[in-house]
Design a protein around this ligand. Structure first.
Ligand code: SAM
Ligand code: SF4
Length: 459
């Protein structure tokens, strides 16, 4: 077993919920933005007491704000293909699901979907596919990236796809992919084996080492996360933190994102209910502990979760959320507000179907700044470089400026409904006024450039 899993297991074996004095001590260390030890993280994960959890959430919100400022990054997935040669018991795309209507987008169809998302306001999307040698292999993903980049104004494509070799990762990176994302599902080897009985994905260690290969191949940014509900969350969440620490020790950069996917019931899945259910309160605790333990990582909450919980997560450390998602290949443009037209092609049932304009409005109403920014990828702030800027605290100011510019573009090009527009515009103006001196003047100058029609203006 990988050393980092042994470390997580050891830390959890010794962990008890902290005393009030210990908690104060841990939270004050978390405030230094250097992350927490596995032993501290394990203690936080053991907390059940409401007041203690309240203190953890408060500190997580503080740390999120110190690292990322007010911004909340919005993105959307683009599902390319639901063909799959694996048989993950919980997934609607699994091979044995004979009721699934299979679909792999042609390059033209993928371009069409990307154009729809771009018109909606997304300039960063994550491509998602089942694992299949023909319908989602590396050649297919490269072709799709080439077509989307050359035929649309999409600025950055991330990808959530099956693990591959270092050589194939190099090819994917050359095609222009930004973040490589892959979920371990569970870090508990025995449960993993039961849940992934056949296919390439049944190789636990090959999946566990996927990020080492991606980083070795030159992917600066990788996204990790266990699928909550498959095993005891205390172990899986701590193992994800240990995984990020392992990557940081070996490659100099923590996980770029830690996602918090939670098992949803899926049409045609063998397992409908989570073997280890994770309550909403536990979910928030996990979000907050990720934030405190790996402060520079984006913590991502998807539309799997219900609206209210997603908003609560923004108050305890989450920094990225998807919006208006469809998990059906070809689902955009055929559905209303992200409701899949056809459940037999979608991956799982969504918890939050609010489209982008509504999410942007809600984020602004909560006092945050909706961001559709892609600047880090345009300016080479990835991997070590990103971590360096994030740790120095400069990311906060830069990103706020970039988020404002991306929002300005959104307001001009997409023009959401009047009521939402006013709220988003007010947030934009409020945050703009908070800048000081020269920077404020400079951001205003850049805003004018956007008003005059320049696009992709950023720092
Ligand atoms: N096929 C690739 C893989 O499994 O890594 C990538 C795409 S897969 C569609 C993306 C993720 O969806 C999986 O890693 C898994 O965590 C998640 N997923 C699968 N079934 C799910 C379900 N029923 N509820 C929530 N998430 C699910
Ligand atoms: Fe295939 Fe991924 Fe679904 Fe497993 S989770 S069945 S690998 S699409």
């Amino acid at each position: 077993m990988a050393d980092f899993l042994c470390d997580a297991e050891d830390a959890l074996g010794r962990a008890k919920a902290p005393s009030p004095a210990e908690l104060d001590d841990i939270l004050s260390r978390a405030g230094e933005l250097k992350g927490l030890s596995l032993s501290d993280a394990a203690k936080l994960l053991m907390i059940e007491n409401e007041d203690a959890l309240g203190a953890v959430y408060e500190k997580a919100a503080e740390v999120k704000s110190a690292v990322f400022g007010p911004r909340v990054v919005l993105f959307a997935p683009l599902y390319l293909s639901n063909y799959c040669s694996n048989d993950c018991l919980y997934c609607g795309f699994r091979k044995s699901n004979t009721t699934a209507r299979r679909k792999a987008l042609s390059p033209d169809e993928a371009v069409e979907q990307a154009k729809i998302l771009s018109r909606t306001g997304f300039k960063r999307i994550i491509l998602v596919a089942g694992e299949h040698p023909l319908y989602s292999g590396v050649d297919y993903l490269i072709k799709i990236a080439e077509e989307i980049y050359s035929r649309t104004d999409m600025r950055i494509l991330h990808v959530n796809s099956a693990p591959v070799s270092v050589e194939d990762f190099k090819r994917l990176k050359s095609a222009g992919y930004g973040v490589y994302q892959c979920f371990q599902e569970t870090y508990h080897k025995e449960s993993y084996k039961v849940l992934h009985p056949t296919g390439k994905k049944s190789d636990f260690l090959y999946r566990l080492s996927v990020m080492d290969r991606a980083l070795e191949a030159g992917f600066g940014d990788v996204g990790i996360g266990p699928l909550l509900g498959l095993y005891d969350y205390h172990y899986d969440a701590l193992a994800a933190i240990a995984h990020s620490k392992h990557l940081e020790a070996k490659f100099g950069a923590c996980a770029h994102t830690i996602s918090v996917p939670r098992l949803k019931s899926a049409e045609g899945a063998e397992i409908k209910d989570a073997p280890y259910p994770v309550s909403d309160e536990d979910f928030r605790k996990i979000v907050a502990v990720y934030r405190l333990s790996v402060p520079q990582a984006g913590v991502v909450v998807s539309t799997r979760e219900p609206a209210k919980l997603r908003e609560e997560c923004l108050l305890c450390g989450a920094s990225q959320i998807s919006a208006g998602s469809s998990t059906e290949p070809g689902g955009y443009g055929r559905s209303t507000g992200g409701i899949p037209r056809d459940r037999s092609t979608s991956q799982f049932h969504l918890g939050d179907i609010r489209p982008l304009p509504e999410m942007a409005r809600v984020i602004a109403e909560m006092g945050f700044l909706p961001s559709l920014c892609t600047a880090c990828y345009r300016s080479g702030r990835q991997g070590n470089n990103y971590l360096h800027v994030a740790s120095s605290g400069n990311l906060n100011e830069l990103c706020t400026a970039n988020a404002l510019l991306s929002l300005k573009e959104y307001l001009i090009d997409v023009s959401p409904q009047p009521e939402g527009r006013e709220i988003i515009e007010a947030a934009l103006n409020r945050f703009l006024e908070e800048f000081k001196g020269k920077l404020k003047e400079d951001v205003k100058k850049k805003m004018k450039m956007v008003e005059k029609g320049e696009r992709d203006v950023h720092y």
